[in-house]
Design a protein around this ligand. Structure first.
Ligand code: DAH
Length: 337
């Protein structure tokens, strides 16, 4: 009995004297460890007359609980003291605002990574070409001859050298097909430039992502399935789509893929100009003249192409209603995403 009382007092004094957490742990080992004082008491139990064993065991257990409580209480005190010391030393300023803006990738980069990942899964490669092009790659080989009115559609900038800041990524189709033998599956994301008046839906420097699939016996069905899969992946749900006939000199037939307006869900609003649909991906079956211009026989090879307005896709994905916001560095936008 006196042993128990003495051990308790010792433990209380020792925990109170422990000046830091390491010293406190040594106290724990001394009393509660395998070779500690409390364990030693338990070992004595066997030597007691049977009728005393139970009562003694209960007392030792109670002692163990008390010692543990001393340890816990001292631990709290020491932790608090350590925190106070940090504050006193002035290492920590608790008045600083806690909500910090952490870094993040730009929404355009995020969507680009997703598009690349999606097409990698379908066996496509990422191709690239120069941003400063010549008329052959930007126009002629794409079945848009000089003096053809279709050239006007592209609001082209011309450098004094006569070169062209590319008006679309379709030039990468030509560069790829010139240099390589089909079958081909590529996407080509990149910057394009047009002499546009800048507004909520137009920029003079913007991003597109071209796609090109050349093989044998490719059909509009392949085109349709590929682009519907892409839109579903990007929008995150099976958004209703429709294909409309459209004219682009480098495809025949040419099509525009629309998705149901994500803002009004098809009922009509100012963003979809009350049509309920938003145009997202111009596309079509590669024109035989384009294959020929690159040295391939259109009777042997055919395929589809598409040229998605990339910034537009990012806007739709994140519900942003003004293209300029993607470039104005407004952190509110980032926070919203
Ligand atoms: N290059 C076209 C543009 O910028 C978009 C386009 C339409 C690309 C149809 C294509 C396509 O590959 O097949 O307006």
């Amino acid at each position: 009995m006196s042993d128990l009382g003495a051990i308790r007092d010792d433990a209380q004094a020792a925990t109170g004297a422990a000046g830091d957490l390491r010293a406190l742990d040594e106290v724990r080992v001394r009393f509660l460890g395998k070779k500690g004082a409390v364990k030693a008491l338990l070992k004595q139990t066997g030597k007691l007359p049977p009728e005393e064993r139970k009562g003694f065991g209960m007392q030792v257990n109670a002692l163990r609980g008390e010692v543990q409580a001393f340890l816990d209480a001292r631990k709290l005190e020491l932790e608090q003291a350590a925190q106070d010391a940090v504050l006193e030393a002035g290492w920590l300023d608790p008045t600083l605002p806690t909500e910090r803006q952490t870094g993040d990738l730009h929404p355009i980069t995020k969507v680009l990574m997703e598009v690349v990942d999606h097409f990698h899964g379908l066996g496509y490669e990422v191709a690239s070409g120069p941003e400063i092009e010549d008329a052959f790659h930007n126009f002629d080989a794409l079945n848009i001859p000089a003096n053809h009115p279709a050239r006007d559609v592209w609001d082209t900038f011309y450098l004094t050298s006569g070169e062209i800041p590319r008006t679309h990524t379709s030039s990468v189709q030509i560069r790829t097909m010139e240099n390589r033998q089909p079958p081909l599956r590529i996407i080509a994301p990149g910057k394009c430039f047009r002499n546009e008046t800048i507004d909520a839906t137009h920029l003079a420097a913007f991003n597109q992502c071209e796609g090109l699939f050349i093989d044998k016996d490719v059909t509009v069905g392949h085109l349709k399935a590929t682009l519907e899969g892409l839109v579903e992946r990007l929008m995150g749900y099976k958004v209703p789509t429709r294909f409309r006939p459209a004219f682009y000199p480098f495809v025949e037939p040419g099509l525009d893929l629309d998705i149901e307006c994500i803002f009004c869900k098809g009922s009509g609003c100012s963003i979809c100009k009350d049509s309920g649909w938003i145009e997202v991906i111009p596309c079509g079956m590669v024109h035989p003249n384009v294959l020929r211009a690159c040295g391939h026989d259109p009777d042997e090879w055919n395929g589809f192409a598409f040229g998605m307005g990339f910034d537009r896709m990012v806007m739709l994905r994140y519900g942003i209603d003004d293209l300029r916001r993607l470039y104005d560095g407004n952190l509110d936008l980032v926070r919203k995403l």
